[in-house]
Design a protein around this ligand. Structure first.
Ligand SMILES: Nc1nc2c(c(=O)[nH]1)N[C@H]1C(S)=C(S)[C@@H](COP(=O)(O)OP(=O)(O)OC[C@H]3O[C@@H](n4cnc5c(=O)[nH]c(N)nc54)[C@H](O)[C@@H]3O)O[C@H]1N2
Ligand SMILES: Nc1nc2c(c(=O)[nH]1)N[C@H]1C(S)=C(S)[C@@H](COP(=O)(O)OP(=O)(O)OC[C@H]3O[C@@H](n4cnc5c(=O)[nH]c(N)nc54)[C@H](O)[C@@H]3O)O[C@H]1N2
Ligand code: SF4
Ligand SMILES: [Mo]
Length: 577
């Protein structure tokens, strides 16, 4: 076999892959540009779970499925907790069974929900700048997004463009940028409000655009005037020079502002995103070629689900009370590593009679599970996917046959048969998804109904106008503890693949390299060895996502808007262990 498939991972790039002679290769044509990242280059070398287990004993898949059915039959309350391990659309087929059966599902997100809520509040819906549009811009702003680590296929698009980076870390892109504002974490809303204020003062706003699409811009200007310039700039680590340089670089240019999840891992994350959007609106960046403010898009826009999901009860994914259920079925997720407030998660899961883990790799969650069911990899099953940074749909036909694991469809089929729930053929579901797209001139599938240029038909709020933020939350934790940054690492995808076990500190903080330290917050404590990182501000601590114990430090509070986790809300202390 030698067909094209796509990377299943939760990543901006959605690479197209050719699988030949047991090797994964990036498709030369198109956006993948012939290369993959370390995760996929070594994909088949990562050790996976090969055999099912029940209470520590290896069993056959048939036995595992029998246990699964019996457990579900005997439990009064079952929770289906599905994460982002595989982003393809057939992953959701399990929701079909669990919701039809009357189990509880989850809502909310550990990822991008706060930012998305901010976008929806202002613009009505969340649409993206595609790579084709970004290629047409003259200036690209990376705002809390780290492309060398999380979207390396966007880098070739940047040739000859001016680059601005707003990030508390001097990331690789920041090191060569035309302007890097090494902002204090959570300083973005105030910074961008000041940018907007100076844009007004300089007469740089797009009057024609705001009159048509954002008539309340003058009230917003008044709000920006409530921010004290010097005190705020000093506090957030920016200067008037930064503001001047920013405005000079973007003046009369096609500008793409690409926001990542870094800006919104806070209770008021929605407002931060909305304040950045406001600047984009004042500058007239929407509905125009090569311009925009773009975030992680809604990958399922235009895809109507063929699965029966509507009647399901739902509980939040962020602060889930697992203890209210006697069975918890965990799929494509590692909540004991990735959910906030690990000690709370442990305490809750300890109350659960049956923890079922359905995944590829051993991890903190598989270690606590009673029943472990190995999944098939994306190479071993049929699927199809969309993306949060393109409008394409990607077919993912099976590339190889394997004895290991079971696919989501096959597992669901078994459950549906056992509980008399109706289920269509796998091909019918995949065909349904495919019918939500059409082939374009280049032969690529494009999701129907998506605009080529985002917002070319305007905003979709109730009155069709952009809705500005009308107040700014000034309730910040200004204690002299350190800011916790918990970003993505180059070697892992959250907790999958090769995770890092270090805490990164600026050398000037007085610790020694490799020294064991205790990092603590109001939620808990973790012991880690120190690594020096001169790219950090002195008031920050960096612990990568996937590090065992990082979420001992984080709170399970939810963002004010968007039902999202807020991984950087807590400040931390570092002490010698
Ligand atoms: N290699 C790799 N790639 C990945 C992932 C991975 O784990 N590893 N995860 C995938 C997933 S699930 C997602 S959601 C995406 C996320 O992709 P990104 O959005 O790029 O993710 P992060 O690394 O969390 O954050 C990006 C940047 O935000 C900065 N930042 C943190 N706090 C602030 C702040 O207050 N203000 C500003 N301006 N910047 C801040 C960080 O220093 C970091 O450089 O990446 C995907 N791609
Ligand atoms: N501290 C901190 N915590 C974070 C973040 C952070 O930046 N910092 N990031 C948050 C974000 S943005 C996200 S998206 C979440 C991600 O959190 P999770 O969704 O829990 O993601 P992973 O850690 O990647 O775990 C995915 C699991 O999916 C399983 N898997 C992979 N492929 C398949 C498959 O095809 N089928 C099945 N059944 N299983 C599969 C693997 O075994 C793996 O253990 O974490 C959040 N947690
Ligand atoms: S993880 Fe991202 S960069 Fe790596 S192969 Fe998959 S889509 Fe491409
Ligand atoms: Mo994410």
């Amino acid at each position: 076999m030698n067909t094209i498939t796509a990377c299943p991972l939760d990543c901006y790039d959605t690479c197209s892959i050719i699988y030949t002679d047991g090797k994964l290769k990036g498709l030369k044509e198109g956006f993948t540009q012939g290369f993959l990242c370390p995760h996929l280059n070594h994909y088949e070398t990562f050790e996976r779970i090969e055999k099912p287990r029940f209470k520590g004993e290896i069993i056959t898949m048939d036995e595992a499925l029998t246990h699964l059915v019996n457990i579900i039959k005997e439990s009064k309350k079952t929770l289906h907790y599905r994460g982002n391990g595989n982003f393809a659309l057939m992953q959701e087929v399990t929701d079909h069974f669990f919701s039809s059966y009357g189990a509880t599902l989850t809502n909310g997100t550990l990822c991008d929900g706060a930012g998305e809520a901010g976008i929806i509040a202002g613009r009505g819906h969340n649409d993206i700048m595609t790579p084709q549009q970004i290629a047409k811009s003259e200036v690209v702003v990376f705002w809390g997004r780290n492309p060398h680590t999380t979207s390396s296929h966007f880098l070739p698009l940047l040739k000859d463009k001016k680059i601005i980076v707003i990030d508390p870390v001097k990331t690789k892109i920041a090191q060569t940028a035309d302007l890097h504002v090494q902002i204090k974490p959570h300083g973005d809303a105030e910074f961008v409000m000041l940018l907007s204020r100076f844009l007004f003062i300089e007469g740089g706003i797009d009057k024609e655009f705001v009159k048509k699409y954002a008539p309340e811009y003058e009230e917003f200007y008044e709000l920006t005037q409530t921010i004290r310039i010097k005190a705020v700039l000093d506090n957030i680590g920016a200067t008037l020079g930064d503001i001047g340089k920013f405005l000079e670089l973007v003046k009369d240019k096609k500008v793409a502002i690409l926001c990542g999840v870094g800006i919104q891992k806070y209770l008021d994350g929605a407002d931060v995103m909305r304040a950045i959007d406001a600047f984009g609106v004042l500058f007239g960046l929407f509905g125009k070629e090569g311009c925009g403010v773009s975030y992680l898009g809604f990958s399922k826009r235009g895809i109507d689900s063929p699965f029966i999901l509507c009647e399901a009860k739902k509980v939040s994914k962020v602060d889930t009370k697992f203890g209210n259920f006697d069975t918890v079925f965990i799929q494509g997720s590692n909540p004991l590593n990735q959910m906030p407030n690990t000690s709370r998660v442990v305490e809750e899961l300890q109350k659960v009679e049956n923890i079922i883990y359905f995944g590829l790799y051993e991890n903190q969650t598989s270690q606590m599970a009673d029943l472990i069911i190995p999944a098939k990899t994306f190479l071993e099953k049929n699927d199809i996917r969309t993306s949060y940074s393109t409008h394409y749909m990607y077919e993912m036909p099976r590339q190889k046959v394997s004895e290991i694991g079971i696919s989501e469809y096959e597992l669901t089929k078994y459950l549906c048969d056992a509980f008399d729930v109706s289920l269509k053929n796998e091909e019918d579901y995949i065909a349904h998804f495919r019918s939500c797209a059409v082939k374009n001139e280049e032969g690529l599938l494009e999701v129907k109904g998506r605009e080529k240029i985002a917002y070319e038909n305007g905003f979709t709020t109730d009155n069709g106008k952009f809705l500005f933020l009308d107040e700014l939350d000034s309730d910040r934790n200004e204690s002299d503890e350190l800011y916790l940054l918990t970003c993505k690492s180059a070697t892992s995808l959250n907790s999958q693949f090769k995770t890092v076990q270090k805490v990164y500190l600026h050398p000037s903080l007085g610790y020694e390299e490799n020294q064991l330290v205790e990092v603590s917050s109001s939620s808990g404590t973790v012991l880690l060895h120190v690594a020096f990182d001169e790219r950090l501000r002195e008031d920050c601590v960096l612990i990568y996502s996937g590090t065992n114990g990082v979420n001992m430090l984080t709170t399970s509070k939810k963002s004010y808007e968007g039902n999202s986790a807020v991984f950087q809300e807590n400040k931390v202390k570092v002490t010698k262990a």
